[in-house]
Design a protein around this ligand. Structure first.
Ligand SMILES: [Zn+2]
Ligand SMILES: [Zn+2]
Length: 246
């Protein structure tokens, strides 16, 4: 399994990266996890959009889904699309939410996407066995564990501290975890992880490696890395364009 970071800026695009988007490949199959703002531009530098076989949206916050709109424009008007319908997995209501982002309530995106509503549980996406759980976030958000070729990657999506996410990640080779909250008192619950909490989740789950992501542009990313590394040493901060063999 190969992971390529397309966008990793938390809560919106930043000066060094687009918002959340990750390309996961196995056996020639290409799955995108999230399509946050700005990510479709970076994607084109890394992969031909027509080679994307499926899209999984963790949730429908703008920084995880808004570049579905340029993805649709490209497929309709570039003259480079093969015209096949792309499976899109997302929380219930995605077709309506993404139609509004694209144009208006009457917009129909089903010429480009075949929508499937995700619920907690198991599903198969190409060569990947996928398991999802609901995270601790103000809107419906799913963390996902992808397994293929005996290797496993867990992507937390957006989440506050969550035992369900720890259980999902148990023994995974790689945990790609958000760390959006800087340390501090009076942090709102059920929203995001601090760097330390991301490290604690990785340690509790016994994963092989922790990849920190979704640090907002206004948060000290090295501080997040140090805080996570203090409790889980096999930690690194991801960058746009970085690749990982899992
Ligand atoms: Zn987010
Ligand atoms: Zn969110």
């Amino acid at each position: 399994m190969k992971l390529t970071v397309i966008g990793c800026s938390g809560s919106g695009p930043g000066p060094k990266s687009a918002a959340s988007c990750y390309l996961v490949e196995h056996d020639g199959f290409r799955l995108l996890l999230d399509l946050g703002n700005g990510s479709f531009g970076t994607l084109q530098a890394i992969a031909d959009p027509d080679t994307v076989d499926a899209v999984f949206l963790s949730h429908l916050h703008a920084d995880h889904c808004l570049d579905v709109a340029p993805f649709v424009v490209w497929h309709r008007y570039s003259g480079r699309s093969s015209g096949r319908q792309i499976p899109l997995y997302a929380p219930d209501g995605a077709a309506e939410r993404l139609a509004l982002a694209y144009d208006g309530a009457d917009a129909d995106l089903t010429d480009v996407f075949d929508f499937t509503a995700v619920t907690p549980g198991d599903l198969t996406i190409g060569p990947f066995e996928a398991e999802t759980v609901r995270t601790a976030h103000p809107v419906e958000c799913h963390a996902v564990r992808l397994t293929a070729g005996n290797r496993s990657l867990v992507y937390t999506g957006d989440t506050g501290p969550s035992q369900r996410v720890v259980d999902l990640a148990r023994g995974a080779d790689v945990m790609l975890a958000e760390a959006a909250h800087p340390p501090g008192p009076d942090l709102p619950g059920g929203l995001h992880l601090t760097g330390r909490e991301a490290g604690e989740h990785a340690a509790a789950a016994g994963v092989g490696r922790l990849l920190l992501t979704h640090v907002p542009a206004w948060v000290d990313e090295i501080g997040q890395l140090f805080a996570a590394s203090a409790v889980f040493s096999e930690t690194e901060l991801v960058r746009s364009g970085a690749t990982y063999e899992i």
